[in-house]
Ligand binder design. Sequence first.
Ligand code: PEP
Ligand code: MN
Length: 277
Amino acid sequence: MDLKTSLPLTSRTAKLERTVIDVKGVQIGGPEPVFMAGPCSIESLSQMREVAHAVKGHAHILRGGAFKPRTSPYSFQGLAEEGLEMLQAVGEEVGLPTVSEVMSPEDVDLVARYVDMLQIGARNMQNYALLRKVGTLRKPVLLKRGIAATIEEWLLSAEYIMSEGNPNVVLCERGIRTFEPLTRNTLDISAVPMVHHLSHLPVVVDPSHAAGAWNLVEPLALAAIAAGADGLMVEVHPHPEAALSDGPQSLLPERYCQLVESARELCTLIVRRQTHA
Ligand code: PEP
Ligand code: MN
């Protein structure tokens, strides 16, 4: 791969120092990993308040989906703008910045009015009209890896955003589809050091969508931190059995808080390199 020509904005040939992205005062890519937590879907104000109050001491950014990319059109599709209002209100109540997914170019301005970071989901990693549209803003973008995307394709999607003028891109590894059916996806841990080798952009890991099962989330999360991930995004629900989406992979708030304690302890044992070796 000739990085200089194919990845002019994202590669480390473009910039040797690692990029730190500021999400309303939270620094992603700095010395400390950043923890993002919340339910898969925003379901009600009371659900969001319950999660947010339970995780606020163990999270830097609150997540919740209002526009949901569901495999089946008959599954819960999200509360749309009503959900975004709830996320914004609860984020302000607990003092956490927010992140939520946007699925189409027409919704970008709407979602950007309510949240501090825009998530591009795995299914839309190659929706080039959407990438270009979020590239016209300055709002930080969390760009998830596509379910069958190579690392080069993922970085090229980041190029789409950055070449429109938005330099604030955080990459998110969330597992890729392989022949293994026992996990929902296969977490590609190697993507973390590989992205740090190829690019100056921060990379976080979502162990929840990789695992598909709550009991696998903590080990995958700790592996990600050990590999040098700049943060984690974890699905948390106060009543996973009643969740409208992704209940089986959602952690109870207490378990999530324990995971963060373990991750912080692990960080004291590893050297997080801020410049490229
Ligand atoms: C999500 O974050 O809820 C989600 C749908 O993630 P992904 O795009 O990684 O499947
Ligand atoms: Mn989900």
